[in-house]
Design a protein around this ligand. Structure first.
Ligand SMILES: Nc1ncnc2c1ncn2[C@@H]1O[C@H](COP(=O)(O)OP(=O)(O)OP(=O)(O)O)[C@@H](O)[C@H]1O
Length: 364
């Protein structure tokens, strides 16, 4: 991975119609790793306060592909906001690697960081008052990031107002174009905030609890607006949320525990023979690039699994059995299992399956 990598120059103009065309192009099937937009590898963030160190991220791995709408969930203090502020270029990791749209987040100088924040990412905060300038109208707020981007930006002069109006229209609030934030409801303010985040046609939009201050009906409206922007413009969106009903509306939810990604839920739509549609949801345990995975305590406790396990490779799955009897002498089965485990642990098995993610036991 090269350092100081910067993406190519933006196109001269970019109307919403252009964006939609590009979204369609992006949707064309490609080799899976060509589509990786966000790649975090063993990301670490340590905070030091008054001589005490807090390891907010403890070797987090994450891969998000172009065009995905992903929710990040996790208990309070698990590291969600720390991750998002690093990805948005507002904080720097202590170790590991993080790349977004070709930018190496550990190697950006101040000028590149500023450009990254203006051009490549959009951000939506939980507090509605953080997202908009109170003395500007909705349309002026949306046009402002295009103006700040200046001459090098893809949209100029009067086109900025036209594009701002198109974005407000896309998000269903064009009729509020001349209202200031204090004349808008919380949900309307957040929809304008989505338009602001999309103003410079970013590669990715990060949203930290964007519906946290809203009642459940308004939160559903705002989330529907995010989904609509993702579907229409193809913008990659990463949302941190506590709200399970919100997380349930996206096709992929990544769960963070103690500063690491732990599980991932994928949802898809199934059609039965009568033509009825339903959502199928499956929770997977994530495997890092070194092949490590975490066994959930609700699986290990009933089987009294501690310290070690026996792994056995089967044609289409891997068996995990309690390892407490592994010390028993003269047990040929244990020897075989130990050798399987050693080979699997150092990744030297010739016949090991290439991708075991889909074979991870389903907890549903
Ligand atoms: N600037 C900081 N200085 C010291 N510790 C910090 C700092 N920022 C975060 N932390 C600590 O890092 C850990 C992760 O915090 P973070 O805010 O990322 O969690 P979170 O999952 O977003 O929590 P919440 O859902 O409550 O917002 C916590 O233990 C927190 O106290």
């Amino acid at each position: 991975m090269s350092r100081h990598t910067t993406p190519g120059p933006p196109p001269a103009t970019a109307t919403l119609a252009d964006l939609e065309r590009r979204a369609a192009d992006r949707a064309a099937p490609r080799h899976h790793d060509d589509d990786a937009l966000i790649v975090c590898d063993r990301l670490v963030r340590i905070f030091s306060a008054e001589g005490v160190e807090v390891q907010a991220l403890q070797g987090l791995d994450l891969l998000v592909r172009r065009g995905e709408l992903t929710a990040i969930v996790g208990a309070s203090g698990s590291g969600k906001s720390t991750l998002l502020t690093i990805l948005a270029g507002l904080d720097t990791p202590s170790a590991g690697s993080a790349t977004v749209a070709g930018y190496d987040l550990l190697a950006m100088d101040a000028r590149t960081r500023l450009r990254y924040r203006r051009e490549t990412v959009g951000f939506i905060w939980q507090r509605t008052s953080h997202n908009l300038l109170p003395y500007l109208s909705a349309v002026q707020n949306v046009a402002l990031p295009m103006k700040l981007r200046g001459r090098g930006g893809p949209v100029r002069g009067r086109d900025r107002t036209r594009r701002a109006l198109e974005l407000l229209d896309l998000l269903g609030i064009a009729d509020r174009r001349d209202h200031r934030p204090d004349q808008l409801s919380g949900g309307e303010q957040q929809r304008v905030a989505i338009a602001v985040a999309l103003a410079n046609n970013p590669s990715v939009v990060f949203a930290d609890e964007p519906t946290g201050e809203l009642d459940s009906t308004t939160a559903a409206d705002v989330f529907a607006a995010l989904r609509h922007a993702n579907a229409e413009l193809g913008t990659t969106i990463l949302v941190v949320t506590h709200d399970n009903s919100v997380a349930g509306q996206v096709s992929r939810t990544v769960s963070i525990r103690d500063g690491r990604t732990s599980t991932e839920t994928l949802r898809s739509t199934a059609h039965d023979e009568q033509g009825k549609t339903s959502t199928v949801s499956r929770e997977y345990t994530t495997i890092d690039r070194s092949g490590r995975l975490q066994l959930p305590t609700e699986f290990t406790r009933p089987l009294d699994i501690r310290d070690r396990v026996l792994l056995e490779l089967r044609p289409d799955h891997i068996e995990v059995r309690p390892g407490q009897d592994a010390d028993t002498p003269d047990s040929p089965r244990d020897d075989a299992a130990d050798s399987t485990r050693d080979d699997a642990a150092d990744g030297t098995r010739d016949d090991a399956p290439e991708d075991t993610t889909d074979d991870t036991p389903d907890k549903d």
